[in-house]
Design a protein around this ligand. Structure first.
Ligand SMILES: Nc1nc2c(c(=O)[nH]1)N[C@H]1C(S)=C(S)[C@@H](COP(=O)(O)OP(=O)(O)OC[C@H]3O[C@@H](n4cnc5c(=O)[nH]c(N)nc54)[C@H](O)[C@@H]3O)O[C@H]1N2
Ligand SMILES: Nc1nc2c(c(=O)[nH]1)N[C@H]1C(S)=C(S)[C@@H](COP(=O)(O)OP(=O)(O)OC[C@H]3O[C@@H](n4cnc5c(=O)[nH]c(N)nc54)[C@H](O)[C@@H]3O)O[C@H]1N2
Ligand SMILES: [Mo]
Length: 779
């Protein structure tokens, strides 16, 4: 049942009233001040201290930190996917990883008494912060329409409810199985096996909103969906170009790599419409000496601020400059690498030569002088890494842009040598492993063939639904069972007005979760909340304590084992929940689900025969630091149809908003993990007590008559002409190019139209919203 619409869709607000954000909403006065202190360091340490104190975790929290990310034993940080320090010398921690872990380890519990006290309608009016703050879920719950409450259900009854509902569907494609990227490799493998044995490839995941564009581009160009650079390459690079990522908040351990690269003389270029904290200086988190003396290390040597969506034009300009210089100096381009390993170079040259500088400058928003500056750095570097994240991928032409990165790298043979390569920054801690282990709505024939022969069933061959397609099919009553394996689908996806309705049209929604979130409240006719143990906790099965494995952003697979006591005696591990659901769904399954749960080594044995690169999985994953999945492209072995690395020549797109409009991107604050909000502060951007804001250029604010911290209404304009609005947001002047604006997800998902996704990747255009901003009440 829905709550008050304005309350429930938190980010929208109502005309003239202060909009409720997803955070705690302290009621304190919003502030913004220029707060340009170094990233990490004591500010981080103090902020961590506050979180530890708030969750009553000082002792056990700090003990857990000591076992996190350590090469022998311990658990993998459930935060981001940045690789661990492998020397074993550093305690490789970051502020946000610590917040993340302590958030999971809270002592608070959401038990049956809690659900007895609150109707779903009442909970719908709570902030997202307040929902998660209640603590860990403790037992399976089912929605009871009569009382509008969740009530306890036994695990076996819950499994039967799901199994019976799925078996009653006339077509398995009427169910969709979502994954959020922290599921372990083992759970992932079982999850996709359940969905495929049941009969569907409807396996949407969070990477449909994240790095789908990167996977598609790298696959087409290099025959692999992943980057080729390893963490050691970051140490060896002479030039690192970091594009569209807020590293200090979202991949803080990258700061260590950047600081070390700077010390060894590397150039570090940050390409971002906003000047983010990582482009300045950091106090390397594990260097306690420098923390004591406040001695920061630079982590950037040049900032380039393109307009939103301007990266393709910028990269094209760099390539064009190289071609021009090459006419006088034949060493500028690595012609022998190109001749031996690539295809399509001549076409690429023609397309760069045909592009006019005026258009490159106009579309990128960067002057020709600055572009040539960057090109000159690139020309002089013999080892270059280009790294990127959502600023490039959540765009209409994200695939073209990532391919342009590869084009540029190939021009100077920056693939397969130490210190070189493309290096996407992944999001969730195991989002890359999820794809490797079978979460793919477009599985390859080779994968399905191997699965068929190893697991003795005939998997469906037709492609399944991604995230946006799942929402549309639910809305159209074509999908009626939604399973969420982790995550917070209702809040993470675009267009809550449409998406909430889509979820409510389901006959059954099922969420496997650690904490209460809004996806539990926006539910189908029947609804289940199935609580699971987290990464930090002990997973005890018949053969003893189990480990799971994860793959980091640089293709290294290693074990993770939690040791903390689970939050209650009635939660199960994710593999055990999947096995229970699968057994109830598939009475004649060819899989012995219970045997897999008794001993996860058995899951790994099967995986070793299905997934390329996982041979001898059980023994290799137990080696110190695990193993790196072999990466043929790194050895210049390209699994493309031509057998060569492919240049591409996409035309540049018009990325500018129409006159009178602005381009707005949604992003994270420092104090949040996707839909989990820790506070209303964004320390590195100097913001306090405020999430319903929009960062704008001062000139735009002056032109529109908006004072600093003045209230504005924002309207987005979808491709189909429809509009969406948020009310009374606070305008914050910021160092962002004129014509561009930025604000926080998930509040601003209200502005993301369900129909506006990239035709290249299916990714919603979360960083490319055409908007009008007007003083509040005057729109
Ligand atoms: N602490 C913390 N860590 C996280 C997460 C979290 O929420 N909190 N989320 C995790 C996940 S799932 C992911 S996918 C990653 C996300 O990591 P990021 O990609 O850093 O995520 P965003 O906050 O969306 O920031 C996008 C950055 O892109 C910039 N940007 C916007 N538009 C453009 C553009 O057109 N061009 C360029 N060059 N830049 C642009 C923005 O200014 C911003 O700095 O982080 C992961 N790590
Ligand atoms: N506008 C806009 N929208 C975006 C983005 C953006 O930049 N702009 N970014 C997109 C991106 S990159 C991503 S990845 C998605 C994120 O989408 P999701 O991955 O779906 O969302 P999260 O907020 O990470 O999920 C948080 C929930 O996960 C559950 N959880 C936590 N730990 C565990 C665990 O160990 N097991 C299980 N089973 N559950 C657990 C908790 O219940 C918690 O409430 O959001 C996307 N949405
Ligand atoms: Mo992500």
């Amino acid at each position: 049942m829905a709550g008050n619409d304005f309350d429930e869709i938190r980010g929208r607000g109502a005309p003239g009233a202060t909009p409720p954000g997803c955070g705690p909403g302290s009621g304190r006065r919003p502030q913004q001040k220029d707060d340009r202190h170094p990233s990490a360091g004591w500010g981080a340490a103090m902020s961590v201290g506050k979180v530890l104190l708030r969750s009553g975790q000082v002792m056990s929290g700090s003990k857990s930190m000591l076992t996190m990310n350590h090469e022998n034993g311990g658990f993998d940080c459930p935060g981001c996917a940045w690789p661990d320090d492998r020397s074993g010398l550093h305690l490789d921690l970051c502020e946000n990883g610590i917040k993340h872990v302590t958030w999971e380890m809270t002592k608070d519990r959401v038990d049956r008494a809690f659900f007895e006290q609150h109707t779903v309608t009442e909970l719908s009016g709570w902030s997202d912060y307040a929902l998660e703050k209640q603590g860990r879920l403790t037992e399976p719950m089912v929605y009871d329409a009569e009382t509008d409450k969740y009530v306890p259900i036994s695990w076996s009854d819950a499994f039967v409810l799901v199994g019976d509902t799925l078996r009653a569907l006339p077509d398995p494609n009427m169910a969709s199985f979502y994954t959020s990227g922290r599921l372990s490799n083992e759970a992932t493998f079982l999850y996709q096996l359940w969905a495929r044995e049941y009969g569907t490839n409807n396996l949407p995941d969070c990477s449909n909103m994240c790095h789908e564009a990167s996977g598609r581009a790298l696959q087409a160009a290099l025959g692999t969906g992943k980057g080729t650079a390893d963490i050691d390459d970051w140490d060896a690079a002479e030039l690192i170009i970091v594009m569209g990522v807020n590293a200090a908040s979202n991949a803080p351990r990258m700061l260590t790599a950047l600081a070390e690269a700077h010390r060894s003389g590397a150039q570090i270029v940050h390409v971002n419409p906003l000047k983010e904290a990582a482009s300045r200086r950091t106090i390397v988190p594990h260097e306690f000496g420098s923390m004591a003396t406040f001695h920061p290390t630079p982590t950037g040597t040049l900032d380039i601020q393109p307009r939103i969506g301007g990266d393709l034009a910028l990269l094209r300009g760099v390539a064009k400059a190289l071609f021009e210089w090459h006419a006088e100096d034949p060493t500028v381009i690595d012609t022998s690498f190109i001749a031996d390993n690539t295809h399509g170079f001549d076409d690429y040259r023609s397309c760069c030569e045909a592009e006019a500088w005026t258009e490159i400058v106009h579309q990128s928003g960067v002057t020709e002088v600055e572009i040539r500056n960057l090109a000159d750095l690139y020309r002089k570097s013999s080892r270059t890494i280009i790294s990127w994240c959502l600023g490039l991928t959540q765009q209409e032409h994200g695939v073209d842009t990532v391919r342009e990165i590869v084009n540029l790298l190939m021009m100077k043979g920056n693939i397969g040598r130490p210190g070189t390569g493309p290096s996407p920054v992944r999001g969730h801690s195991n989002v890359q492993g999820n794809r490797t282990c079978g979460i793919d709505h477009r599985p390859t024939t080779e994968f399905l063939d191997a699965l068929a022969s190893e697991c003795n069933f005939d998997p469906p061959r037709a492609h399944g639904l991604d995230t946006v397609a799942t929402i549309k099919k639910m809305y159209d009553h074509k999908v009626s069972v939604f399973v969420g394996m982790g995550g917070n689908f209702a809040m993470a996806t675009p267009d809550p007005t449409y998406t909430f309705e889509a979820l409510r049209r389901c006959s059954l929604t099922v969420h496997v979760s650690t904490k209460l979130n809004r996806s539990h409240l926006v539910h189908g006719t029947n609804a289940l909340i199935l609580p699971c143990i987290g990464r930090t906790e002990r997973d005890e099965q018949r053969s003893g304590p189990q480990s799971i494995s994860v793959e980091d952003a640089m293709s290294r697979v290693h074990l993770s084992r939690g040791s903390k006591k689970p939050p209650s005696a009635h939660v199960l591990s994710e593999p055990a929940i999947i096995a229970g659901l699968a057994s109830a769904t598939l009475p004649h399954s060819s899989t012995d689900w219970q045997a897999y749960i008794d001993d996860y080594d058995r899951i790994r044995d099967t995986m070793s025969r299905v997934i390329p690169g996982f041979e001898n999985f059980n023994s290799r994953v137990r080696e110190r630091n695990g193993f790196r999945i072999s990466q043929p492209a790194r050895e210049l072995d390209f699994h493309t149809p031509s057998g060569l690395a492919e240049f591409s020549c996409a035309s540049m797109k018009d990325v500018l908003p129409p006159i009178g409009y602005l381009m707005l991107g949604t992003m994270r604050s420092h104090d949040q993990w996707n839909t989990t909000i820790y506070s209303d502060n964004d320390r590195y951007r100097g913001v306090k007590n405020l999430r319903t804001l929009v960062f704008m250029n001062q000139a735009d604010m002056t032109r529109l008559g908006v004072p600093e911290l003045g209230a504005v209404d924002i309207t987005s304009y979808a491709k189909d002409g429809s509009t969406r609005q948020v009310f009374s947001y606070t305008a914050v002047a910021y160092d962002i190019p004129a014509g561009n604006a930025a604000g926080y997800m998930p509040e601003l998902n209200v502005l993301c139209p369900i129909g506006d996704y990239s035709n290249q990747s299916g990714q919603p255009l979360m960083k490319h919203l055409t908007v009008k901003i007007t003083p509040a009440g005057l729109g």
